[in-house]
Design a protein around this ligand. Structure first.
Ligand code: 13P
Length: 231
């Protein structure tokens, strides 16, 4: 089954680098099989070339006096189809709560955006992982419709550390999530790269991957996309 691939560039790449990145990926036949999430600034660079693109967060407000914020409507108006919400870096540095994440998801759904809701436990929470992710999911989604929600499970201790979660564990968590949100698509994120993608892509219980560091280099990311969509 073809996997969903999402690249989260985080706060990386500047204007020239983005233009080169786009030129590079366009040489490969599979480049449109991934969703690229650059900084807000560069969303139009992708959408204008008809390349699937998403944002890394949005405001929990609709419009108005919220200096520096960017709304669901605004990202939609420049061609974004997806938005990552509740990334652990935002929960951690931005002090985002499940309640705020819920409000953001609500805004995104109003605009028909596909939401990539990030959840995952800290290293010291591994023992109570099931509890932690259940609370994150339930408090972030409440009664919202689930059709446009993709859940990205990213154990925080695996993000940018080179430590990938054991595959049996990945399967188990994915099934736990699918049990909480029926029929939901589940992505795995945390140190996915061009070397481990071959074995990770074989996990049937996982519907795709959310990739940070390895998405910033176009050649590396294309290798990942190619493996994930042709297996
Ligand atoms: P890395 O792929 O760099 O571990 O980052 C994962 C991530 O946070 C994607 O959102």
């Amino acid at each position: 089954m073809e996997k969903i691939i999402v690249g989260n560039f985080k706060m990386n790449l500047e204007k020239e680098e983005i233009s080169n990145y786009i030129k590079q990926i366009q040489k490969n036949r599979y480049y449109k099989k991934a969703v690229y999430c650059p900084s807000f600034l560069y969303i139009p660079y992708f959408s204008e070339k008809d390349i699937p693109v998403g944002a890394q967060t949005i405001s929990s407000y609709n419009e108005g006096a919220h200096t520096g914020e960017i709304s669901a409507k605004q990202i939609k108006s420049v061609g974004a189809s997806h938005v990552i919400i509740g990334h652990s870096e935002r929960r951690n540095y931005g002090k985002e709560t499940n309640e705020e994440i819920y409000l953001k998801i609500k805004e995104a759904l109003k605009e028909n955006l596909k939401v990539i809701l990030c959840i995952g436990e800290k290293e010291e929470e591994i023992e109570k992982r099931k509890e932690v992710i259940k609370v994150q999911i339930e408090e972030s989604l409440k009664d919202l419709p689930k059709e446009n929600i993709i859940i990205a499970y990213e154990p925080i201790w695996a993000i940018g550390t080179g430590k990938v979660m054991n595959q049996e564990e990945i399967k188990k968590v994915s099934l736990t999530i699918k049990n909480i949100v029926k029929e939901s698509k589940v992505l795995y994120g945390g140190s996915v790269n061009e070397k481990n993608i071959k074995s990770l892509a074989k996990i049937e219980e996982i519907d795709g991957f959310l990739i940070g560091g390895a998405s910033i280099n176009p050649e590396v990311f294309l290798k990942i996309i190619e493996v994930a969509v042709t297996m």
